[in-house]
Design a protein around this ligand. Sequence first.
Ligand SMILES: Cc1cc2nc3c(=O)[nH]c(=O)nc-3n(C[C@H](O)[C@H](O)[C@H](O)COP(=O)(O)OP(=O)(O)OC[C@H]3O[C@@H](n4cnc5c(N)ncnc54)[C@H](O)[C@@H]3O)c2cc1C
Length: 400
Amino acid sequence: MADSDTRTAVQPSDRPVYVVGGGPGGLATAYALRARGVRAVVLERSEGVGASWRRHYDRLHLHTTRRLSALPGLPMPRRFGRWVSRDDVVRYLEKYAEHHDLEIVTGVEVSRIERVPDGSADGPGWLLRATGGRELTGSAVVVATGYNHTPRIPDWPGRTEYGRDEGEHRELVHASAYRNPGPYAGRDVLVVGVGNTGAEIAVDLVEGGAGRVRLSVRTVPHIVRRSTAGWAAQYTGVLCRRLPVALVDRLAGPLAKVSLPDLSAQGLPRPDTGLYSRVREGAIPVQDVGLIDAVRTGRVEIVAAVEGFEDGKVVLADGSRIAPDAVIAATGYSRGLEDLVGHLGVLDSRGKPVVHGPRTPADAPGLYFTGFTNPISGMLRELAIDAERIAKAIAAKHGA
Ligand SMILES: Cc1cc2nc3c(=O)[nH]c(=O)nc-3n(C[C@H](O)[C@H](O)[C@H](O)COP(=O)(O)OP(=O)(O)OC[C@H]3O[C@@H](n4cnc5c(N)ncnc54)[C@H](O)[C@@H]3O)c2cc1C
C-alpha cells in the first residue's frame, strides 16, 4: 500500500503543505517541515492549539515520562516534574507553537480532502474544503485530527430512553464530558470500560467522595505499574516495541504475577490473552494510578459488562440489573475520518488509515497520516518520531 513510487510524487511547488489539526501531532509535523525549509500551515478547528488536552479531566497527568513525551525541537521544562499535568501539557503546546513561530490558522475545520485532478493547470496537489466555503490547495496534506476524535458510546439497547422517564434522575454521559468528581459527590456511579480513562475516573470518583463506584468490565485488562523502583513502564514499552509479539507476551505474564496482586476474588482475574497481542488489537495496558488498591479494598466494585438499559436500570451481562444514579461511558472514541477522506479509499474496515507516518497510500501520493496508531511505547513519543519522518519524506519530494 505504501508509496515509494516517485513517479507519482508531489512536485516542487510554492503551495504550502497543510497540516490538519493543531494537537501535538500536527504541531510537531509543522515544526519538522519548517526545519527542512518547507512551508507548513496548520488548520485547527478550535480557537487554540491542544484543544483535546484542554478538554481532558482535571486530574489527568501523562502516563509517559516528561522526557519521552516532548516534541522535536523543544524539551519540556524540568519544573513540570516526571509525570506532566494536563495544564502543563497545554502550556507546553502553546509555548511550542510560539517558540517555533508556527503558522497556525484557528477556527477552521476541514470537512473534506480531495485530490486535485491530474492535468490541472497548477499541477498535482490536494484541495481542502473548509469552514465558510474555503477551498485551499496544498502540495501535500498531513492529517493529524487525532485518534480520540469522536466520543463513542455503544449502541446499547434502551440507551436513548434511559433516564428519560419523568421523575428519573439518571444520567448517561461519555467520559469525554467528565471533568472532576464534584458533581458525583455522594452519588452511586457506574463507570463503563476499563481502559486508562475508565480506570482513572473510577479512582478519581472514589477519592472525590462518590457514594458508590462500580466499574463495568467486558474484557479483563492488563494492568501495569506506572513505575517500579524508578523504572517507568514506558521504558519497557520502548524496549519491547520491536520485539516479537509472542516473546513479549511470554515475558509479561510472569512479570505481572510478581509485581501485581491477584484480584480474582474482586472480579479482576489475570487476563488469559498476551499483553502485546492485546496492544496489537488496540488495547494499551492500564497504568495503575490507584485502581489496584481501590479494587483490593472494595472501594471500586467490579461488575459485568453492560448489555443495555431497561426500565430505568442497567442490564449487565451476568443477568443482574443495577440502578446507579449516573453512568459514565469510558468506551472510547472513533477516528471520525470517513467524511474527511473516506471517499479516497485510504481507510481500512475499522476506519483507520491504511498507512501512517512517512508512507502515503499508493493512490493518494502526498496524503500523510499521523497519530492513528496506539503504540505501547507512548503516543507522544511516536508522534515526535513520525513528525521527523513525514517531514523528511515531504522535503525529499519537494526537492528541498
Ligand atoms: C485521556 C488521554 C490521556 C493520554 N495520555 C497520554 C500519555 O500519557 N502519553 C502519551 O504519549 N499519549 C497520551 N495520550 C495519547 C495522545 O498522546 C494524545 O491523545 C495526543 O493529544 C494525540 O495528539 P494528536 O495531535 O494526534 O491528536 P489531538 O491532540 O486530538 O489533536 C487533534 C487536533 O485536531 C483538531 N481537529 C480535529 N478534526 C479537525 C478538522 N476536521 N479540521 C481541523 N482541525 C481538526 C482538534 O481540534 C485537535 O486540536 C492520551 C490520550 C488521552 C485521550
